[in-house]
Design a protein around this ligand. Sequence first.
Ligand code: ASP
Length: 579
Amino acid sequence: MIWRTHMAGEPTKELVGTKLVLAGWVARRRDHGGLIFVDLRDRSGVTQLVINPELAPEAAELAHQIRNEFVLRAEGMLVARSPETVNPQMSTGAVELQVQSLEIVSRSTPLPFQLDEENVDETLRLRYRWLDLRREKLQRNITLRAQMVGIIRREMEAAGFLDIQTPILFKPTPEGARDFVVPARLQKGRFYALPQSPQILKQLTMVAGFDRYYQIAICFRDEDLRADRVQEITQLDVEMSFPDQEFLFATMEQMYARIWREALGREIETPFPRMTYAEADRRFGTDKPDTRFELELEDATELTRGSEFGVFKNAEAVRFLRVPQELSRGDLAKLEELAKEWGAKGLAYLVYDEEGEVRSPIAKFLSEEEFSLFRSDPGTTVLFAADAWPTTSRVLGALRTHLGRELGLIDEDAFTFLWVYDFPMFERDEDEGRWTAVHHPFTRPTVAWKERFHDDPEHALAHAYDLIVNGNELGGGSFRIHEPEIQAKVFELLGMSEQEQRSKFGFLLDALAMGAPPMGGIALGIDRMTMVLAGEPNLRDVIAFPKNQAGVDPMSGAPSEVTQEQLDELGIRVVEQPG
Ligand code: ASP
């Protein structure tokens, strides 16, 4: 017995008159004056089965029991549909299988939701993920993801990178998140940490002489979840010795070009444009600018030093956006609310109406000189942020993105890739009042900052870069410190005592002291890449078995309790029972 001769998406006119066997799921059953029609679905598509009680009485008898999502095996003759029943939307729409024998292979209990139902509650979908995954959109997303990973592997291998697997049970690897820890039964009271990234390990493969490493790596970050965050991130992780930034960027660009070509049939332009962090911040108010639309931030700080308008005069920075639309009072009130959420104290504005007349509560305070800078075309609204520089960036950057979307300024069909580089090396953790690494502590300073980063950590630049597409960060990387003294100096600047350096990173410092080559690399998020590629706004819908926003898997119930014996074996006492 064979299960099937063809996939359900395959039958076309050329096969008419052949005997086929198909197997798959019932997408729909319709009874029509004695004839029974079944849409039989598998991964490749759908074929219509016709069961005629006169030709196949046994099959017709059985067909009455069929419900959605039963698994069937059907044998029959492929016939052409009568012209009026041809469905040009379906690849198999010109044919149907005239069933001769039918078998119900598996039955289904009543479904918790129909596969074609819209807006099904996400928890319910996750609870029955195996059903949810049968839907066309999820089949497409997961297939696209697999296709993309296939291309990535082929490209990386062609460029001479070796796939090297690194351990999941390891030691804390800092990427700025909390660690997941795993108790070690054989060493009671000790814990492994799941890697937040294979960063240190990939550097060690370079010290070990492997020259070019890659891995499709899972990274575990115990973060508070938001809509766009998961705790298990998959990334393409890359490292090379004697790094050549042009080669690295070109390899990634070629890989993306091939993914876009093969998966979407789209040509993307390479090389990708590049922009320093400082420029991105100045022009777009963010380190991940969406360059699908123009709208840039402008700076009025100089000019407003002597302003009559106290808010401008006293602010560290005064910057503005010229929005190409005459916004109403209602719009402005809503925008002010948003601006406040992003940290603004208020939202000053000038509205130039269609006649070019200005409408604004602050107009009376502004000088001719100020007006000459702000004056805009009729039908423009000028929105201001007057605050500390980073706040003006945050507020106007977010307003820009918001308005780009709201006002339809974005070319939704475009893909704009962008490298952002020369990031600051450190930032101040305001809560703890100490320096933290913007990328990670293994990132080297730029050549210009190599000798003096510790004298002026606030301004020191890192040899680090991010790759952005349409305002989404796909990932980032850096060149690394291969000199143990410099590494120790960075650790020291981050407030780590010598003892702490030894206990946390002694093995890395030792390795760097035994002939470490210069090295650099990158990591690119596979989940996010799939979202962009699939045009899928929901991060969880590009992951086969995601957890919900509380980090729970509604399907299996994980995380779950363990038995007292297991706890005893591990030497662990639970002090707070789950609520
Ligand atoms: N380890 C970094 C990350 O996971 C990427 C890199 O520097 O290669 O974000």
